[in-house]
Design a protein around this ligand. Structure first.
Ligand SMILES: *Cc1c(COP(=O)(O)O)cnc(C)c1O
Length: 383
């Protein structure tokens, strides 16, 4: 991105989505699964629900992984085929279940027996049958941030492995339910393939055990979680999809006719989005210099919430060939001490009015924005 793409009067902060990079990313996914006809890739809509972004992803043929009724409606409105929509989440409310059945989505990823009963009742009342996969906790450590690890045995997500067989038997007896498969999701921002290898081995064990019980799975869903390079986005703008999908091609044993589903969020969109901000003040503190930008944790919460790093770039300083550097804390205007993007970061000497972009913000960025401090939501530009 160059500064020329930002007119002087453009209102900041806003998100910028690079449709060219998104196209290359989608193409890289397409090539990586071209020789694996059983593989079906869904986009995890919770990562980014910006309409233009969704339309491009739907047009590339991906399905949608939704975690709320609102996401199902948004995904279908923006062009996803309902037959490629799956619905996950621990707390599906009755209206969301009805909405999903009315729209004819592909599968409910069910996370408890209590939920299964409710879906069965609602489906029967509607004269429908809900296709259901059980989300199983495979007890695989994703080696990632504690707030985004989900595959260990006891947490609010999913069903324990030991409860899997009785759950399937129960589902098979319900007239409003058609049992189709198993679902897993071990965490997010996973940057080595080892946790995915462990997941493959665990799934092979489980499917062997089920085969002995004469239970056939139409589909297996391995969730998402493939990480991206936040430190060096320019070196790795596109994740290693060959390596990621290759792990499953190598290690997961599929039966003939069985589908393998993926639900990637971050890996699809993160590098295509940036948060564009303007410098309000460069404040000299006692020992530090602060760059105060017009974006805050309300626009991009990941640094405050997860301690995440989004690489800052001063486009204006680059344009004026600024040769001097300084060390800065880059902070937002929100009345919270956690409203910090980065501390002690070396940037070209910065002045009021400069445009600073935070890279790799396409996933869990705009969609998590809120209006705390009565701030307007950031807009977005897609080009
Ligand atoms: C969040 C989530 C995903 C997507 O995770 P990424 O790390 O963005 O790929 C996929 N499946 C489920 C069930 C999720 O909750």
């Amino acid at each position: 991105m160059t500064i020329s793409s930002h007119s002087e009067n453009q209102h900041t902060p806003y998100y910028h989505y690079d449709s060219g990079l998104l196209a290359q990313t989608l193409d890289s996914i397409r090539r990586a699964v071209a020789d694996a006809p059983a593989f079906r890739v869904h986009f995890a809509v919770k990562a980014c629900a910006t309409p233009a972004v969704l339309r491009q992803i739907a047009a590339a043929g991906l399905g949608a992984d939704c975690v709320s009724g609102g996401e199902i409606i948004r995904a279908v409105e923006q062009g996803f085929d309902p037959s490629k929509v799956v619905f996950a989440g621990v707390g599906k409310s009755d209206w969301e279940i009805r909405e999903a059945l009315t729209r004819g989505i592909a599968t409910f990823n069910v996370e408890s027996l209590e939920e299964l009963e409710v879906i069965n009742d609602i489906a029967i009342a509607m004269g429908a049958v809900a296709s259901v996969a059980f989300r199983i906790n495979p007890n695989v450590d994703a080696h990632t941030h504690e707030k985004i690890t989900t595959g260990l045995n006891e947490n609010k997500f999913g069903i324990a492995m030991e409860d899997m067989l009785p759950a399937i038997r129960k589902a098979q007896e319900m007239s409003g339910i058609r049992f189709v498969g198993l679902h897993f999701h071990i965490g997010s921002q996973i940057t080595s393939f080892e946790p995915f290898e462990a997941l493959c081995h665990r799934i092979n064990e489980l499917t062997d055990a089920l085969r002995n019980e004469n239970i056939h799975l139409q589909s297996i869903n391995v969730g998402g979680g493939l990480g991206i390079d936040y430190e060096h986005p320019e070196d790795h703008p596109i994740p290693d999809f060959e390596g990621y999908f290759g792990t499953f091609k190598r290690l997961l044993r599929l039966e003939p006719g069985q589908e393998l589903h993926f639900e990637l969020g971050r890996a699809v969109v993160a590098q295509s989005g940036s948060l564009v901000t303007r410098v309000l003040y460069v404040k000299k503190g006692v020992q530090k210099r602060f760059i105060i930008v017009d974006a805050g944790m309300t626009d991009l919460v990941r640094p405050a919430m997860y301690g995440s790093f989004h690489k800052p770039e001063n486009l204006s300083a680059a344009e004026r060939h600024e040769e001097l550097t300084d060390t800065y804390d880059i902070v937002g205007p929100i009345c919270e001490s956690s409203d910090v993007f980065v501390k002690g970061y070396v940037l070209p000497r910065t002045q009021r009015g400069d445009i600073i972009v935070f890279k790799s913000a396409g996933a869990y960025g705009e969609i998590m924005a809120c209006q705390y401090n009565c701030r307007p939501l950031p807009g977005s530009v897609f080009e």
